[in-house]
Design a protein around this ligand. Structure first.
Ligand code: ATP
Ligand code: MG
Length: 598
């Protein structure tokens, strides 16, 4: 009984988790409950007509009653069909709308997750939540709420009717009910465990599959076909094994229930019923109608057990969805502080003794980092690969949180700045920028949807895209394929640079954003950034000296610490690591930028 209570409580818990999505559909839910009550009443009438048929028509040879019984059967059938039709119509509408609302809410949560969550996200798992787990929500309402309640009501009504015809037989039949729930609860625990591991493998598989499809080039180039094929069969092998186990638990549950209900209980009931008729305590019709109600009870009991087994399998998916819906969007998570009236004297960005670990068990990736960026400054961050440059950017964008120290944006703690304002403040171009399957014009326009075509074209010109676009048959309207497959690496970078130039962002971050450009184009792009109005601050991370040597301040990172800082001349003269970093790239295209900086 405790297990049953627990299962019902759990169902109610999940139903409550979708309260916001259910609330607008409460009238449909009421209508469905009404239909179910009607169906329940009609279902209980049929066996009574059957009793009349046996006792009045067959035993007592009363032919007049036959007409009455036939009309009764016809009326019940017509009403049942009409009510079932209405219930199907309203039920489908109800569940479609509720699952649509849940899917939309999930997508909304995905778009508004705290930035740090995206880093840990398994794409396959998320896809599973939106595609498959929402089917579990559909079943929660359709099956676990409506059908379950209906079956339970039917079960109670059937038990009451059985008691009316023979309380002694009813007692024997009902003694078996707790055994049914016991079997299901035992097998259900295993079914739930198996479903959880199935869900986990499937999530990993989806993520891997997605990545493999996108990385077909790398697979071919690195001749990873065999490994990839083995991985694919490995996943499916694991999934089939778990799926098989899941099906076997279902089957075992069904076999045990049928053995108990069809074989043991039914045999005993007929035997005891026969004795009662023999002693004149029951009519033949009475026993047959009792057995009809027993069948009804048994069918509903089996349905309830099946629903419970199914629910156990759905719990992992429901848990994932409800926990994602319960997450507070990042925009609501911050106590906002208004910007100071006069920010001009404040550093636009300031790191104070910042330390950071990706893994608490591992060593610190950044240690005691302190620096200030004045408005309009050109700052460069340099250092060996893995020294922590991109991590500093992740901290600035709040993708990661510092473990120690503070980061301020315009004099305010980064934590206290609203998500929208934070995103608006930064314009970021990474080494592999995101390009969408839209036209060039639309891709650039994403940065500022209100921008005019002339402004977009100007941004493309400044990003050295004009020549390339001029050669295209459809010019700016050329659709550049999924992830920009029709563009070279350098063209993608320039498109992203055009985007950031068009944006209103006051702080522009270029993290190896020009690494794929030839020296001539790169020099021209840096000229553009050097000439930007002084209200725009630029932070550049690059491995080429030509990209950084004219910065107002260069931060040299080594092993997660600021090893040195200052202008190029000073570092070149005084710091061996700095010289080692750039010895081969010095002077390549720098003078062009220098000439235009002042
Ligand atoms: N998501 C992550 N989880 C765990 N460790 C990470 C993660 N991202 C980076 N690291 C580690 O943190 C250190 C700094 O990485 P970061 O990307 O900041 O280096 P970088 O200076 O930008 O290097 P590069 O010049 O190669 O881009 C590296 O040792 C890296 O392995
Ligand atoms: Mg990096």
């Amino acid at each position: 009984m405790k297990k049953l209570q627990h299962s019902i409580r759990l169902k109610l818990h999940y139903i409550k988790a979708f309260k916001a999505e259910l609330q607008p559909r409460r009238y449909e839910l009421g209508m469905l409950a009404g239909f179910k009550v009607l169906l329940l009443g009609l279902g209980l009438v049929s066996p009574l007509l059957f009793k009349l048929l046996i006792d009045r028509v067959i035993v007592q040879q009363d032919l007049k009653a036959l007409w009455l019984i036939c009309s009764g059967y016809a009326a019940v059938y017509i009403m049942q069909s009409a009510v079932t039709g209405g219930q199907t119509f309203v039920g489908n509408k109800f569940t479609n709308r509720v699952t649509f609302a849940v899917r939309t809410a999930l997508w909304d949560r995905y778009l508004n997750m705290p930035l740090s969550t995206y880093c840990q996200l398994n794409t396959g798992d998320l896809k599973g939540r939106i595609d498959q787990d929402t089917d579990a929500v559909d079943r929660l309402f359709k099956v676990q709420l409506m059908e379950y309640a209906y079956s339970f009501a039917y079960l109670l009504a059937g038990a009451a009717m059985m008691a009316v015809f023979s309380w002694k037989l009813a007692l024997v039949a009902l003694l078996m009910v707790p055994v049914s729930f016991w079997i299901t609860s035992k097998l259900g625990i295993r079914a739930r465990e198996v479903s959880t591991s199935y869900r986990q493998i499937y999530g990993e598989y989806e993520g891997w599959l997605q990545q493999s499809i996108q990385s077909w080039r790398e697979i071919k180039i690195n001749r990873m076909e065999k490994r990839s094929s083995l991985k694919f069969t490995g996943y499916w092998h694991a999934m089939s094994k778990v799926f098989f186990q899941k099906e076997m638990y279902w089957f075992l549950n069904r076999v045990l229930q049928e053995f108990k209900d069809l074989f043991i209980t039914r045999m005993n009931l007929y035997f005891l019923g026969g004795l009662l008729i023999f002693h004149g305590e029951m009519t033949i019709g009475g026993l047959l109608v009792f057995m009809k109600y027993y069948e009804m009870l048994f069918t509903q009991l089996r349905a309830i057990n099946d629903f419970d087994m199914q629910f156990n399998g759905d719990v992992p998916g429901l848990e994932k969805i409800s926990s994602m819906l319960a997450e507070t969007p990042d925009t609501k998570n911050t106590t906002r502080v208004k910007p100071a009236a006069d920010q001009n004297h404040l550093p636009v960005l300031q790191f104070k003794n910042v330390s950071f670990y990706y893994n608490v068990e591992g060593s610190a990736v950044l240690r005691d980092i302190s620096f200030a960026v004045q408005p309009g400054a050109r700052i460069a961050i340099v250092g060996r690969s893995g020294s922590g440059k991109s991590t500093i950017i992740k901290l600035m964008l709040r993708i990661c949180q510092p473990f120690h120290g503070s980061i301020q944006l315009g004099g305010r703690e980064l934590q206290q700045i609203g998500e929208a304002e934070l995103r608006k403040s930064f314009g970021v171009v990474m080494q592999n920028p995101a390009i969408f399957n839209m036209s060039i014009l639309e891709n650039v326009k994403l940065a500022r949807p209100a921008a005019s075509t002339a402004e977009i074209k100007e941004a493309c010109r400044l990003a050295e895209m004009e020549e390339y676009i001029g050669k295209l048959t459809h010019g700016y309207d050329t659709v550049i394929g999924e992830k920009g497959v029709q563009l070279s690496g350098g063209q993608k970078q320039r498109l992203a640079l055009a985007r950031v130039l068009l944006s209103d962002a006051k702080i522009i971050i270029l993290d190896e954003a020009t690494s794929m450009l030839d020296h001539i184009t790169e020099a021209a792009v840096h000229q553009t950034f050097a000439k930007l109005p002084s209200d725009r601050t630029v932070i550049i991370i690059a491995h080429r000296l030509s990209s950084v040597m004219y910065a107002d301040e260069i931060l040299l990172l080594d092993n997660g610490q600021i090893a040195d800082q200052g202008k190029h001349q000073k570092l070149w003269m005084e710091n061996t690591l700095y010289r080692l970093l750039f010895e081969n790239g010095a002077g390549s295209s720098g003078p062009v930028v220098a000439a235009n900086r002042t």
